[in-house]
Design a protein around this ligand. Structure first.
Ligand SMILES: Cc1cc2nc3c(=O)[nH]c(=O)nc-3n(C[C@H](O)[C@H](O)[C@H](O)COP(=O)(O)OP(=O)(O)OC[C@H]3O[C@@H](n4cnc5c(N)ncnc54)[C@H](O)[C@@H]3O)c2cc1C
Length: 408
């Protein structure tokens, strides 16, 4: 007979592993299944990308016991500058306007992965299997039955609740018959580290260009994380350009806000799509993170949104647990509560990042005027700027306990 767990999480990337870290200390029995080893060069979640974590995400990570090891290699964001290439208007967002000294932190996804891998073995109620690729899912009235392949061949486990955190091309979403809609932005994000001549002083820069956003994030050891969204057809050429030429092009696009760019690290590329599931729950099953909503990186919202999914689901499961050992973690009422709670934040964040990505790649003069007016309005109207800052910090709508700095 296959082993039975309270929760099986498919996908041990940024979101799935965070959920395991949230549930482990509650004594909830969790099986975490991840297809690709965290040490593999091709690990899709824990790679070289720099992640801007909002203030609310940093609090959530604190509650998950991950923040202390992440913080050692995290850089505070003390100012955000937003501008459009070749047009007037500059918005400078200062966390001081909200009485704080930082918007959040920048951390490398790989560093986050290392912190998670250090934490998981301490959680006795979490069984982490990796590499373990899920190949089949059946849901019956009482449980989810999950087939996977590991180093010993075909395996099977059962759980009261199935969580799909297996990324934008989610096998779980497909197996549950949940439809999704997608949009190809025809852009590719080229990312790398750069070392500028001047100290970034915790400033993050977002510059909108006709091919897509160009962001420079403050990073450790005087470095910055560069995210440059280029037209999809130019991506191959940009990846293959000799380093010196790439650096010159980047410099021309960014200007001299940080002096000369001196050095560049390895480049990686990500084709950009919006993938949005039309539903997020089924009896005994829920999808979250990129499996439910993979969004454009403009505004740096994707993982922050996924972490808020984690915080809400963990809070509801903690509540069920507190009600007694016979409480069912896969009950449809709990899942409906989760879905209703998450709807507004998910819809708002998807609309925000999708709207920005489309508005700033629209070549029409009318859209250009709207953008300039929008930037000028944000530059001169403090209340608009504050709204933007609150979004950047991830504090909107009903805030889960972990994001408020409380324990579960
Ligand atoms: C260029 C770029 C920059 C970004 N910057 C930011 C930022 O600054 N801030 C921010 O908040 N977000 C950012 N994001 C978004 C962020 O990277 C995603 O939101 C995040 O990776 C989603 O994590 P996830 O765990 O849901 O999915 P993924 O990271 O895709 O992880 C899914 C995991 O599931 C595993 N898996 C898949 N199928 C199976 C299976 N069948 N069986 C077992 N395991 C499986 C995969 O191996 C993987 O480890 C950025 C994204 C990009 C592309």
């Amino acid at each position: 007979m296959a082993e039975h767990f309270d929760v099986v999480i498919v996908g041990g990337g940024l979101v799935g592993a965070s959920l395991a870290c949230a549930l482990g200390p509650l004594g909830i029995r969790v099986a975490l299944l991840e297809a690709v080893s965290p040490r593999a060069e091709i690990q899709p979640s824990y790679d070289d990308r720099t992640l801007a974590l909002s203030a609310s995400s940093c609090r959530i990570l604190q509650g998950l016991g991950l923040w202390d090891s992440v913080r050692e290699n995290a850089t505070p964001i003390r100012e955000i500058q937003v501008r459009e290439h070749g047009r007037p208007g500059l918005v400078v967002m200062d966390p001081g306007e909200l009485g704080l000294d930082r918007f959040g932190h920048v951390v490398e996804a790989r560093v986050f992965g290392a912190a998670v891998m250090q934490r998981l073995p301490d959680l006795e109620s979490v069984q982490f299997s990796c590499p373990a690729e899920v190949t089949g899912i059946e849901i019956d009235e009482d449980q989810a039955v999950v087939d996977f392949l590991d180093e010993n061949g075909a395996q099977q486990i059962r759980a009261s609740l199935l969580v799909g955190a297996d990324g934008a091309r989610s096998f779980v979403r497909e197996s549950l018959g949940i439809d999704s809609e997608s949009h190809d932005y025809r852009q590719t994000a080229v990312i790398c580290n750069i070392t500028p001549e001047q100290d970034h002083r915790g400033r993050a820069f977002e510059c909108f260009t006709p091919s897509g956003p160009f962001a420079v994030m403050p990073h450790v050891n005087g470095r910055c994380g560069l995210i440059w969204c280029v037209a999809a057809e130019d991506a191959g050429r940009m990846m293959e350009l000799p380093a010196e030429q790439f650096l010159q092009l980047a410099q021309r696009r960014f200007g001299d806000h940080l002096g000369r760019f001196l050095k560049i690290g390895k480049r990686s590329s990500y084709p950009l799509h919006l993938v949005r599931a039309l539903e997020d729950i089924r009896p005994r099953a829920v999808i979250l993170g990129n499996a439910a909503h993979a969004i454009h990186p403009v505004g740096a919202q994707g993982f922050n949104l996924g972490l808020r999914d984690v915080a809400v689901l963990a809070e509801l499961l903690a509540g069920a647990r507190a009600a007694g050992p016979q409480a069912d973690p896969g009950s449809i009422r709990l899942l409906q509560h989760y879905s209703a709670w998450r709807k507004k934040d998910q819809q708002g964040t998807i609309a925000y990042s999708d709207g920005l990505a489309r508005l700033y790649s629209n070549p029409s003069p009318l859209a250009g005027t709207a953008r300039t007016l929008g930037l000028l309005a944000h530059a001169f109207i403090p209340s608009l700027r504050r709204q933007l800052a609150v979004r950047a910090m991830g504090f909107r709508g009903r805030i889960p306990r972990l994001a408020a700095g409380e324990s579960l």
